[in-house]
Design a protein. Structure first.
Length: 335
């Protein structure tokens, strides 16, 4: 088990830039990954999640909110907050073609939370895209599509008179190998080296201030930025997670290989009977699962279809994505 005396003190800061604070976390160190039992890892996850959220709730007071995407990370954060006596307002952003709402609604219901579902139509997504690009001064796809839900969520933030902390499960994927697949058998030394490299590379790139848009959250959230809590993005979490071996992070559940095994196991234990399946649901990144990518892709096809002469030989609404991308690029070259 992890010795708490070896960890830095708990923090109530919204997030910590771990790379900046610790230096080169990308340097391989697979020998640290000594916790192989997923149950032991799940216990460590449960203790740290409670400790982190308790510190945050105590600091901010008021009525917390939770960005409930419908994935295991945000569901677990919401469940722990409820266990600690809080009643956060759950906020879910969805669009046409989304896959998030059902699990988010089920989680909010079983936890007894008020659930604000903000449904964005095509025009609203386009308007929010423009506003995000104006605020961030970039049109980079992943930055813009990450910013849209945050900007949309401000509608709910504005309606909470005594808003406290805004809880987010952001960061769990990076430190726990979320969305990753291993090339080697999970119990092999090669897998230990592989996952150590994958996690360190991703975390080193993301957990630093100097990114494409350093002031990403202040630019989008203004007065709310200092309340947006990345529960899993702290030095303590990094110290804990870098001890997890592949067998603590990947394993089978009901015959299907799953990622973030320790966190899912902790979430399963936290949820009441009848809702435990939510801990094991697969989920794409919010940019896709919320439907944002689909809506923007449809908008791009519509734009391409309205270019001069676009429907002469084929219909951009129906043709393959490569042809649509080429049409759009040619229109840029012509302009």
């Amino acid at each position: 088990m992890i010795n708490d005396s070896n960890l830095v003190p708990q923090t109530s800061e919204p997030l910590q830039f771990v790379t900046d604070l610790l230096g080169d976390i990308a340097k391989p160190n697979p020998d640290l990954r000594t916790i192989t039992d997923p149950r032991e890892a799940a216990q460590a996850v449960a203790l740290e999640t409670r400790s982190r959220i308790a510190a945050v709730l105590d600091k901010f007071g008021g009525t917390p909110a939770v960005l409930l995407s419908g994935g295991v990370d945000s569901i677990y954060v919401a469940a722990v907050a409820v266990e600690l006596g809080a009643k956060p307002v759950a906020i879910t952003i969805v669009t046409e073609g989304q896959t998030d709402e059902a699990n988010a609604a089920a989680a909010a219901s079983v936890l007894g939370l008020r659930h604000d579902v903000i449904r964005l139509n095509v025009n609203e997504v386009s308007d929010l895209s423009r506003e995000v690009m104006r605020r961030l001064d970039t049109s980079e796809l992943w930055e813009v599509t990450a910013g849209i839900p945050l900007l949309a969520a401000r509608r709910s933030f504005d309606a909470i008179a005594d808003l406290g902390a805004i809880l987010s499960g952001s960061g769990a994927d990076a430190i726990l190998g979320g969305g990753r697949k291993l090339t080697y058998p999970v119990s092999s030394s090669e897998a230990r080296t592989e996952i150590d490299q994958l996690i360190r590379t991703e975390s080193a790139a993301n957990f630093r201030y100097e990114r494409l848009v350093p002031d990403f959250y202040p630019a989008l959230l203004d007065q709310y930025a200092d309340r947006l809590i990345h529960v899993f993005q702290t030095v303590r979490w990094w110290q804990i997670a870098e001890c997890f071996a592949p067998t603590a992070l990947f394993g089978e559940h009901n015959g299907r290989m799953t990622d973030k095994l320790a966190l899912r196991t902790a979430c399963d234990a936290q949820l009441p009977e009848g809702a435990k399946h939510l801990a094991w649901a697969a989920k794409a990144p919010i940019q896709r699962s919320s439907g944002l990518m689909s809506v923007l892709a449809t908008a791009a096809r519509t734009y391409a279809a309205n270019l001069p002469g676009a429907r002469t030989y084929a219909d951009p609404i129906m043709e393959d994505a490569e042809a649509v991308a080429t049409r759009l690029y040619l229109s840029i070259l012509k302009s």
